[in-house]
Design a protein around this ligand. Structure first.
Ligand code: SF4
Length: 366
């Protein structure tokens, strides 16, 4: 998996009811990938799955996205490596014809050339997501499993800048990488990055070989993210660490910001979104899950309707409703804005509604 890509607000600017329509539909186009990243959710392999959605099945799935209605979600093409799909550009064209915005998270392999980026732009791809997990080749490549990946990623960042392609950079936040995060920020600062998101490790797939941050170290890093975000030339955000929203809110209130100022702050964009609520994931074989890191299969696009599953399947309905969360996340005053990482709760306990074990907060009331 090459990291997530997130669009912080509706491209149409209309408020969205996340229990009816997600902001982002992630499509794992293939599990095939030439990299062997140590934290890969998909445990990607060199070959596609024999039951991978065909072109026609892919087009039928894209048509289902229209059933969400206006404003349509953004489609994020991920994998594996989406560049390994031979029909990638045709599928992008089909989505664009339907009026669906498309972003992509390619893997930094030799197949990802400047020509590929030019072509993606010609096919109206609106955003690019790249992963940068270390400030040096040694640190990044040891996580990504293939030498040369750091250099290729930095090259791709330069190309994206030249081609004026909106770029999101994703960085792993784990025990192994946390001390390097400030240096990665310095490395990115000169570039026209639109969003930098720290992905707080969830130990699934190959991620099990890396260590997540402790809640205390996570809290420290989130404070650093908040402080950095006020000076950074780009948006600084977190993935699978919704408790950052609590940290940011507490800091803003502490600084005396009014409710209206807080609402308008870029830091509050994406509040309320969590796994299965604002996000839906479709696997390479068509399985519908709340998120890539929450592999609870609630349906399959080959036999179910995506919008129906997202709105009505019991697992999605419970994820839409924070009053159903258990433990601290159930009675926490921040549960509508934050709600905890449902993927991490599931990974730790087998229950997607359990409390997020990463959060260090003790809610005030019970
Ligand atoms: S207890 Fe749960 S809902 Fe409250 S801030 Fe922590 S993770 Fe978020």
């Amino acid at each position: 998996m090459t990291g997530s890509l997130h669009h912080g607000s509706s491209s149409h600017g209309k408020p969205r009811d996340y229990s009816r329509t997600p902001l982002n539909v992630y499509w794992e186009m293939t599990q095939a990938c030439a990299l062997a990243c140590r934290h890969c959710r998909a445990t990607a392999v060199p070959e596609p799955h024999p039951m991978e959605l065909t072109f026609n099945q892919g087009v039928a799935f894209l048509n289902q996205i229209l059933e969400f209605g206006d404003p349509l979600p953004q489609l994020i093409l991920t994998g594996g490596d989406p560049l390994q799909r031979k029909d990638l550009y045709e599928l992008i064209d089909e989505a664009r014809k339907l009026g669906i915005g498309v972003s992509i998270t390619p893997a930094a392999t030799p197949a990802f050339t400047r020509e590929v980026l030019v072509r993606l732009k010609e096919h109206s791809v609106e955003g690019l997501g790249l992963s940068l997990d270390g400030s040096t080749a040694q640190r990044h490549d040891s996580i990504r499993g293939v030498p040369g990946t750091f250099d290729r990623t930095m090259q791709a960042i330069r190309w994206a800048q030249e081609l004026e392609m909106p770029l999101q950079v994703n960085t792993l936040a784990s025990a192994e990488t946390a001390d390097d995060v400030p240096a990665i920020y310095e490395l990115l600062k000169p570039f026209a990055v639109s969003r930098w998101s720290l992905f707080f490790l969830i130990s699934v797939g190959r991620g099990k070989v890396l260590q997540p941050l402790s809640p205390e170290d996570g809290e420290k890093l989130m404070s650093w993210v908040y402080e950095t975000s006020s000076q950074a030339p780009f948006t600084v955000a977190t993935t699978e660490a919704p408790s950052y929203r609590r940290v940011a809110l507490e800091r803003m209130r502490g600084e005396g910001l009014t409710g209206e100022q807080i609402k308008r702050s870029p830091a509050t964009r994406g509040f309320g979104i969590r796994d299965g609520h604002g996000i839906v994931f479709v696997s390479n074989t068509g399985d519908i899950c709340p998120a890539g890191f929450l592999p609870l299969i609630a349906g399959n696009v080959l036999k179910d309707r995506l919008a129906d599953v997202y709105r009505n399947a019991p697992v999605f309905q419970s994820l839409h409703d924070p009053t159903q969360f258990e433990g601290r996340c159930g009675y926490c005053e921040y549960h509508a804005l934050c709600g905890g990482s449902r993927a991490r709760a599931f990974e730790a306990t087998g229950n997607p509604l359990a409390s997020d074990p990463f959060c260090a907060y003790e809610p005030h009331h019970q």
